[in-house]
Design a protein around this ligand. Structure first.
Ligand code: ADP
Length: 543
């Protein structure tokens, strides 16, 4: 018989994060730029009280443990209250991406059987059209005060968020229950087929928050002021609303105001020290600061992930603005953090250039995530930094199955990510491509990320995508689809010549086409499926 530990058993519940924040860091601010356009100031104490009132209101509406509650909302204090009020009271918070096609929004609401939908007033028209068709939705709550409620609406089940809260006294004790209970659901964007739901547990969410805050992860501290640009409707804003409560830092929420000028003003006014978001959003901010010759006075670090961060963007942040970029990799199915680019002590005496090269990779895994790469037969590949293989992961915050899908997604106990990567002997992982985007040229694979990164380093290039284009001899060859910087002039030949000496010659793209803009998915990634469709009849000059 083993000797059992004699420690208190406290289930890892999301409500405990908020209780800690309220008790120990109650006066730390949550500042939101609201849909209404003004700045709203709250703190962990007021958020905690309002979250409890919300839990009471949801009980009054008749919701029961396990019921799903949808949100269609930007980053803001009310959305944080919903995160905690819903999950904390044993309901399931289902964040919905308002940028999905309306049919997809309707589909996932039906799939999750959301009983109540919380919606920001400027997203209301979307749900107003869909709600009458959604039998499961009993109430639509507009996240506004009475005076900002929609004037006229055909919806009969409309409620006002502030009125719901005003009717409660906040005398509510968070219930204690099994830490493996579902806390939230996020659907993948489903660029192919229907979206699939990842169901996060309280336990996995709290463990992820611990890990996310660690020094070699996001390195979140009580002294930080964090502005998550990554939306709360996409994988819980990478866990920041939870990790921030855990460390007791100030949060600054941008609402729907994501353009370069609005973000810059918020960074400066609220003295933001760190941020996180996908590469495309930073393009807008960097363009704005460059065009207006601005500098950042407090912004020190940003986590960039969601798609490959071009090295040129890292250099711009670091050299022009003194901001450290931490390249990170993850996905919806991983809550989402998997790896981050951080150094080990052995790198201390490496040259700056070698360190920079290493940190351009997606990085090493944090405790809680294990990874491996396998070949097409499922054989495990070596960590030599050269052999690319299918990346598989397992760990405390990796899904074991999708919501309502019987078939296990796992391969041999590991979750296949759909990404192709190399891992070097020190455990640094580098994504070469998504397996469905790899360019298959005469039996060899060409990773599109490398090709894109080269052109992102060209001064005339604003954004670029490498896609596979049909070729009579090689099956597929790379075609570069390029958006030029405003006012920049550059020719196809110049861009192709720019590859010389930067990649193996046989990988040099066969052609470049210029477009005004690239299509993006609802999560801000380049929509390659659409591009391949658009250019399926493109004739390569080499064909
Ligand atoms: P969705 O799958 O719904 O588009 P996710 O956010 O779950 O949204 O996407 C995860 C995928 O994004 C990963 O599998 C990977 O292909 C890509 N990705 C995330 N971070 C990076 C990164 N730093 N570099 C390259 N690709 C990345």
């Amino acid at each position: 018989m083993s000797l059992m530990g004699q420690m208190m058993h406290k289930p890892l519940l999301i409500s405990s994060l908020l209780e800690h924040a309220e008790r120990h860091n109650g006066d730390i601010e949550i500042v939101s730029k609201r849909v209404e356009g003004d700045i709203h100031r709250a703190n962990w104490k007021s958020i905690a009280l309002r979250s409890r009132k919300l839990a009471q209101a949801l009980a009054r509406l008749g919701l029961q443990a396990g019921d799903c509650v949808g949100t269609l909302a930007w980053n803001g204090y009310r959305h944080i209250e919903i995160y905690y009020g819903v999950s904390g009271s044993q309901l399931v918070c289902h964040t919905i991406n308002p940028r999905l096609f309306p049919q997809q929004v309707a589909w996932i609401i039906e799939d999750a059987q959301d009983k109540v939908i919380f919606v920001d007033s400027n997203i209301f028209p979307l749900i107003e059209k869909l709600a009458p068709m959604l039998a499961c939705v009993k109430h639509v709550v507009v996240m506004a005060a009475r005076e900002n409620m929609p004037r006229e609406s055909a919806l009969t089940n409309l409620l006002c968020y502030e009125e719901l809260l005003d009717a409660e006294d906040g005398q509510y004790q968070w219930p204690e229950f099994d830490e493996n209970t579902a806390a939230s659901i996020c659907y993948t964007s489903g660029t192919t087929g229907n979206p699939k739901g990842a169901v996060y547990a309280h336990r996995s969410t709290v463990l992820h928050a611990f890990a996310a805050a660690l020094p070699d992860a996001m390195c979140l501290k009580a002294t930080d002021t964090v502005l998550p640009v990554v939306p709360m409707f996409h994988v819980n804003a990478w866990g920041i609303p939870y990790a921030a409560a855990l460390v007791g830092c100030k949060l600054v929420m941008p609402g729907p105001h994501m353009d370069g000028a609005s973000l810059y003003n918020l960074f400066e006014q609220e003295k933001v020290t760190m941020s996180a978001g996908v590469p495309t959003i930073w393009l807008g901010l960097l363009n704005h600061v460059k065009a207006n010759d601005l500098k950042f006075s407090t912004f020190k670090t940003t986590i960039i992930g969601g798609s490959a961060c071009p090295p040129a963007m890292i250099r711009t942040f670091e050299n022009d603005y003194g901001i450290e970029v931490i390249h990170a990799w993850g996905m919806t199915e991983l809550s989402p953090i998997g790896t981050l680019g951080r150094l080990k002590s052995k790198h201390a005496d490496w040259s700056t250039e070698d360190k920079q090269k290493l940190l351009e990779k997606q990085g090493k895994s944090i405790f809680g995530i294990d990874m491996r790469i396998v070949d097409t037969e499922g054989q495990v590949l070596p960590w030599d930094g050269k052999s690319p293989g299918d990346l598989e992961v397992r760990g405390h915050w990796v899904i074991s199955s999708y919501f309502k899908v019987d078939k296990s997604p796992l391969h041999d106990g590991w979750f296949p990510t759909g990404d192709v990567a190399t891992i070097d002997p020190d455990g640094y992982m580098q994504i070469t491509d998504r397996s469905k985007d790899v360019i298959k040229s005469g039996g060899e694979w060409i990773g599109s990320i490398d090709l894109e990164n080269v052109l992102m380093g060209h001064p005339a290039v604003h954004e670029v995508a490498a896609i596979a284009c049909a070729h009579p001899k090689w099956d597929e060859r790379p075609l570069m689809v390029v958006v030029k910087k405003p006012g920049a002039e550059v020719s196809v030949a110049e861009l192709l010549a720019f590859y010389e000496g930067k990649i193996p010659k046989w990988q040099t793209p066969d052609d470049v086409v210029f477009v005004d803009e690239l299509p993006h998915t609802a999560t801000g990634k380049i929509y390659k499926l659409k591009l391949r469709e658009d250019f399926k009849n493109h004739k390569l000059p080499t064909a």
